[in-house]
Design a protein around this ligand. Sequence first.
Ligand code: PMP
Length: 350
Amino acid sequence: MRPWEANIRRVAPYVPGEQPKGEKLIKLNTNENPYPPAPGVREAMERMDCDWFRKYPDPAATVLIKALSKAYEADEERIFVGVGSDDVIAVAFMTFFNSHKPILFPDVSYSFYKVWADLFKIPYETPALDMEFRIKKEDYYRENGGIIFPNPNAPTGLLMPLSEAEDIIAHNQESVVIVDEAYIDFGGESAIRLTEKYENLLVVQTFSKSRSMAGMRIGCAFGHPELIRRLNDVKYSYNSYTMNIPSLVLGAKALEDERYFMDTLKKIRCTRETAKGWLKELGFTFPDSMANFIFASHRERRAEEIYMALREQNIFVRYFKQPRIDNYLRITIGTDEEMEKLYRFLKEYL
Ligand code: PMP
């Protein structure tokens, strides 16, 4: 051990999904959208002026906040933005999860929550999902320092009915409840409207999935103005979270094209439902996903084996070597052509 190592913080880092590059590969491993962003985004990008980059971006992210305010019919003072929802959630952890009481999140969930909790030295407990991978709301009725869960959950894809999410929020008015809606647009009802009723609710969304802009790093949160003010206090003190100019401008542009947004979502939902049909036919079981991925386990073949066989074909899906879920694959919904290739290979292979 080096002399200075005794003083440093050690973390078990987050392990992101692979980002293989290449023309021919089929990338179904990190829940990106297979379709491009709205056409207006490309046009706006072509009109961008390099001279803009000489100056610092607007720290208040006004153009994006105004666009979100219009699109979601929410007051500007109720909106926060950041460099992807990962950073929005990180700022929220730093801001709201500060007591000595443990925060709560599901045992099978977005693996970053544990990483942030460790990093920010926040104690946590992870109530187990039931046998069908559902979140049991009663597990969240105990004393806590805050709550976060994705809805739909990841990597299961299961949606909790909004009324049950509301029960959790209503039962916990002494702590902040964060609902991570990274995948809500693919089939659920958002809790955004509930932020008008519950001061302790923060709803986080992202442009990475339904709006096809993972590479731009755009995330946002909706909540009571007091929550948003607190987030901004931490953000400005921290200041690595200021969004860059292209993300602000292009993110705002993406919100203008509601028709394209709805059409893309419809296509992905339709491909997902078709995939559920053939996965079942091939012997897979899976929770009924409402997200843009399916979390599937084969009745006979090991998930890791299938994952490796797919890799050899240049088809990437996500495999988690993690207790309880190590016989599952998380398959992102791609285009119909990509899913067809996956189907054809699996049919031969299994
Ligand atoms: N929450 C959940 C549940 C996710 O799966 C992801 C994507 N990995 C994120 C948040 C973060 O997304 P982003 O930082 O791209 O907005």
